[in-house]
Design a binder for this molecule. Structure first.
Ligand code: NAD
Length: 363
């Protein structure tokens, strides 16, 4: 057997407290359970505004360092998102290290539930990549610190199973309209050309709102069945996935993956508004400036896609779908404030959004 590696206190300090993504996190908790194989990390970035709420991600991280970086980065993002969504919530996230297709078991999820319970009500977990509502329900047998698992009336007044996508799509629609009004001077979407990259849970529902408002739809997806649904039900035109971002349209709505706005794609974009639900659309922070320089109005992703977290928040404080809907509609007020400040200061919208969030959670 190899000799165990013993790290000095200095090495430990430099790998966590001095970590590039640490950014004054309030709390980090590492948990392992030999019996079930659970290895997990909970990060609470900031709880000034309330308990930290954020997804519990299960991912086959290549190293513990990768998992640490991810949980730190994502929990910080949640602080900013909740602050700008006007929620009494802080930012947190958790990760389970392991392949969800191979290592997930009821026992492991139960151990995670007990871990959440021990962390107290400082962190509340929701579903994320690699975990489902059913998984969160298993954790919820051991703790109340899980969210997004109860059946309720969705924002359209119909029963829903806890899936936040309808609320996210509605918030994205509201935010898209605000961006269109800012850039084009009207929010009548009739005849407006909108390209949607990814017509999955959120993108398809966004497309439905847009269709009802009279927009002309262009869609791409890597799955034929998603495209077929958009064509048959919404009369959308299918565009090759390599051409969707550069299409000559009024609005581009990225609703698939992250980093779609980058050095290669931005110079080709013809739309003057970017308003979509995908997380982490900017490949890096300087792309925000590139968009501003190109005269493109960018609705920061974490502001426009906050409908889901608003919906989940109300599950904990008393769910009334009309209140939820009204709260989601405030996304347009927040975006208007960001657009206004961006114009006044000539700073990119993402930078302005970050400063506005900090004003709120550091106050
Ligand atoms: P989803 O998996 O249901 O939909 C994504 C769609 O994008 C799928 O149909 C997929 O086939 C397609 N896709 C993948 N790669 C593509 C490519 N290269 N080109 C075109 N299409 C591609 O996911 P979702 O729940 O609809 O989420 C969409 C985005 O919004 C994600 O970035 C997600 O992180 C973000 N988001 C979702 C929610 C929510 O409530 N679901 C909340 C906030 C943010």
């Amino acid at each position: 057997m190899n000799a165990p590696m013993i790290k000095s206190q200095d090495q430990i300090n430099s790998s966590v407290f001095d970590h590039a993504e640490f950014d004054e996190h309030e709390q980090l908790a590492f948990f392992s359970d030999k019996k079930t194989g659970l290895k997990a990390i909970i990060a609470v970035h900031n709880s000034n505004l309330g308990p930290a709420l954020g997804g519990c991600r299960m991912w086959n991280y290549a190293t513990d360092e990768e998992a640490l970086r991810d949980v730190l980065r994502l929990s910080k993002g949640m602080t900013y998102k909740s602050a700008l969504a006007n929620l009494k919530l802080g930012g947190g996230k958790s990760v389970i290290i392991g392949d969800p297709h191979k290592h997930k078991s009821e026992a492991l999820l139960g151990a995670m539930g007990r871990f959440l319970e021990r962390t107290g009500n400082r962190y509340i977990a929701a579903e994320d990549s690699g975990t489902s509502v059913a998984d969160l329900k298993v954790m919820g047998r051991f703790t109340d610190n899980v969210a997004g698992i109860t059946e309720r009336v969705g924002i359209n007044g119909l029963a829903c199973n806890g899936d936040p996508s309808p609320a996210t799509a509605y918030g994205t629609f509201v935010g898209l309209k605000a961006a269109v009004k800012r850039q084009y001077g009207h929010d009548d979407l009739k005849g407006l050309k909108v390209a949607i990259q990814g017509v999955g849970n959120v993108g398809y529902r966004l497309a439905r709102y847009l269709k009802l408002a009279g927009a002309e739809l262009f869609v791409s997806d890597i799955h034929q069945v998603q495209l077929q649904r958009a064509v048959e039900e919404l009369d959308a035109q299918v565009i090759d996935q390599n051409d969707i971002l550069s299409l000559d349209v009024d609005v581009l709505a990225p609703c698939a993956l992250g980093a779609s706005l980058n050095d290669q794609t931005i110079p080709l974009i013809k739309a003057k508004v970017i308003a979509g639900a995908a997380n982490n659309q900017l490949a890096s922070t300087e792309h925000d400036q590139m968009l501003l320089d190109s005269g493109i109005l960018y609705a920061p992703d974490y502001v426009i896609n906050a409908g889901g977290i608003i919906d989940i928040y109300y599950e904990r404080v008393g769910h009334d779908y009309q209140r939820v809907k009204a709260h989601i509609e405030t996304i347009s007020d927040t975006l208007n404030e960001i657009f206004e400040r961006s114009e006044q200061t000539d700073q990119p919208t993402g930078v302005v959004a970050d400063r506005l969030a900090e004003e709120r959670f550091l106050a």
